[in-house]
Design a protein around this ligand. Sequence first.
Ligand SMILES: Nc1ncnc2c1ncn2[C@@H]1O[C@H](COP(=O)(O)OP(=O)(O)OP(=O)(O)O)[C@@H](O)[C@H]1O
Length: 296
Amino acid sequence: MMDAINIENLSKSFGTHRVLDSLDMAVPAGSIFGLVGENGAGKTTIMKIILGLLAGDGGSIRIFGEDISASSTTIGYLPDVPSFYGYMNAIEYMTLCGKIGGIEAGKLKSRTTELLDLVGIGNVKTRISNYSRGMKQRLGIAQALIAEPDILICDEPTSALDPSGRRDILDIIRDQGGETTVIFSTHILTDVERICDQVALLHHGRIVMSGSIEELERSHRSNEIILEFGSAGDRTRFVAALESLDRPYRQDRSSVVVAGDKTGSVIDILHDAGLMPLRMDVVEPDLEKLFMEMVE
Ligand SMILES: Nc1ncnc2c1ncn2[C@@H]1O[C@H](COP(=O)(O)OP(=O)(O)OP(=O)(O)O)[C@@H](O)[C@H]1O
């Protein structure tokens, strides 16, 4: 599959502070790409460089195969803190954005109606200064889509919202995937798991891990098996059996966790020790665990 965006060896410093350090990143066309990193990791900096709002200090950026300086790709942008003219209503604001974007008047009108309906504020007549955070985020997405972009860049679109507002915004963003390539930055990993098909983890100025969520979870960590026993005695015997076999494990208050193993041999250990656990679960790694492992 062609890359919508391909970045190689990109660095960026502000003064002596090196924010991006020979970063490589590829965003497959049509994907919903989650860019994950802690506060200050450089997510906004990458997005601004892709948008041409900031220059990198070297490296190559290709957009659908063309060098960024020659690219004719339309990119929509939802900034982390969108600013609006509060005295305007949604239609006035969209009309202004469309005119600046060079959209022809007849088309602009129908596109405005369509997009405001899409984001669920088609019936809102009030001026923007009266909007809630969630409504502003909705209008921000409509604005970002006005020029029918091939790439949509959303900078932390859900961070300031409550759970139901977040779900609505995620649904809207997910529905853009396929035709549009979406880059979505966040530090909320459950949001990434909910809508993204690709993810990249940014840490210390580099992408430390990237791929599809299933790929990452499969390749970077094996499953863990959690066991609970009916008595302290059973549990002690199980732990003793693990120790005699040099099997790594950890314990918390109620359970024993055995790492990185096929379930079969745990069953053999139980069988040989004549033990029956109360509970035995295989726990698959989630993104949060993987991320914590990478940044620790
Ligand atoms: N114009 C600038 N001048 C100096 N330093 C800057 C500038 N822009 C960003 N930085 C610094 O670069 C680092 C990365 O900032 P950036 O906004 O890209 O991070 P982020 O990952 O988007 O973080 P957040 O999640 O907090 O928005 C931060 O330490 C920030 O202070």
